[in-house]
Design a protein around this ligand. Structure first.
Ligand code: SF4
Length: 311
């Protein structure tokens, strides 16, 4: 008998949704960020290293098309016993709707030739305060041909925490962008970070509740990671910043999952960073083990995803 799933994991849901295995092809458009160039702020979020906002060298449409072709070839090699594998073209650089509609058109144009063939879905990551109506209109048009997921970072439901980490958008802006995306027929995936300074375990509860209320179809969550060359690296070295242990994270994560809606798909429940970049925490716990521990914790509590969400 199959194990009782305590939370809605991504892989089985993808297979159910698309009728085949589907893998992500991450595309780096080299986008910049309004939180670095002064449009919204300077310096970026305190946990973000320079590469998180792209290199500053914008990739052309043809460079993106090359990245996608190479990714699709890698995926094709994973096909087994005649079963084709689909792809999610994932525009990952954080601010893909920043830079005007021409830029958005260029990015989507690189994906367009592969729609329906291998690319079963397009995911676009951006900031909640970077979603103008014209860009939304382009995504809505694309959404008539293929599912379009808009990935929006909330990170914390506390405006004070968002200010303290220099994210410089608010919960209200997140809620507004999600509502506008839904009105345009797009699906949304909300991002959260547990363990941000000043947020605490209660913050994890509030962020889960905010993502549930917003009605995001999917959620990505991970623990706070301190990377080199960030403002947080300095705070951590000064002893001003604590990070979560694996046991703390799994407990907080279980709290978080209990407060989501049962139907929200958990696209990610932990984070990874390249070893050469990661300062803290240095866990010896693989992401598969985090998923297993989450299941065990929910089993031990006798709860599951949505157990503490209001009916
Ligand atoms: S909004 Fe995203 S890309 Fe910009 S500084 Fe923050 S984490 Fe980095």
């Amino acid at each position: 008998m199959a194990a009782d799933p305590r939370f809605r994991a991504l892989a089985p849901w993808l297979r159910e949704r698309f009728g085949q295995p589907v893998h992500r092809v991450a595309l780096d458009a080299g986008s910049t960020c309004p939180n670095r160039d002064g449009t919204r702020g300077f310096g970026g979020c305190t946990y973000c290293d320079v590469e998180g906002s792209g290199t500053g060298a914008l990739r052309t449409g043809s460079e993106l098309a090359e990245q996608l072709s190479a990714g699709l070839e890698r995926i094709a090699r994973r096909s087994k016993r005649g079963e084709t594998v689909g792809a999610i073209a994932y525009l990952q650089s954080y601010t893909n709707t920043y830079g005007g509609t021409e830029r958005v058109e260029e990015l989507l144009g690189a994906v367009e030739p592969h729609l329906g063939e291998r690319v079963r879905c397009v995911a676009v990551a951006t900031r909640p305060d970077c979603l103008d109506d014209a860009s939304l209109g382009l995504l809505r048009e694309l959404g008539r041909r293929v599912p379009v997921w808009l990935e929006l970072g909330l990170e914390s439901a506390s405006d004070q925490v968002l200010l303290d980490i220099n994210r410089l958008h608010t919960l209200e802006e997140f809620e507004d962008s999600v509502a506008r995306a839904h009105a345009a027929g797009l699906e949304t995936i909300g991002h959260a970070i547990l363990g941000l300074p000043g947020d605490g375990r209660e913050g994890a509860h509030a962020t889960a509740a905010a993502l549930r209320r917003a009605g995001c179809a999917g959620v990505k969550v991970h623990h706070l990671m301190v990377l080199r060359k960030t403002q947080m690296a300095h705070q951590w070295r000064q002893g001003e910043l604590a990070v979560l242990t694996p046991d703390e994270y799994v407990d907080w994560l279980a709290d978080f999952v209990e407060r989501l809606a049962p139907e929200q798909v958990l696209h990610r429940v932990t984070g990874e960073a390249p070893p050469e970049k990661l300062l803290a925490p240095l866990w010896e716990v693989h992401k598969t083990a985090v998923r297993e521990r989450l299941t065990q914790t929910l089993q031990a509590r006798g709860t599951r995803q949505g157990s503490l969400a209001p009916a």
